[in-house]
Write a new protein. Sequence first.
Length: 161
Amino acid sequence: MPPPVDKIRNSPAIAVRRMTASDVPAADSILMESPEASRWSKEILLESAYQGVAWVAEMTGVIAGILIGRVVADEFEILNLAVGKEFRRHGVATQLVSAALEYAQSAGAPHTFLEVRASNGAGKALYKRMGFRICGRRSNYYHNPTEDAVLLDLHEKETRE
């Protein structure tokens, strides 16, 4: 259900930008409070920032969420997405995914895919709203706790038709 109109008007603006090295501590904190996301080391976060296919979303000057992806040939993969607990349900994840999809399109990667924990109902609902479809399942893909991954994909051309 969409938030009431007054909540939308009073919501701080969300600014999405490329992740920098100085964002790594905030990104690490967000991942620590996001058990549905993959837990990555600070070193991997820093490497992702340097590779340039990682974004942060800011609200009121605070890092609210992160998205890390990669382009391989004509495909874009969302590798990790997390939003800080206090910023959830404010459109942060939607803005991050939208920015990543825009980047993927400009990079010549019209096909996007990702894995999401089978128990992550909010994540699956977000991706479904954005046009992703379930295309498979990976048994015991995640650890701590062990859980299946649901595979989702999106073909940019299909979303325009």
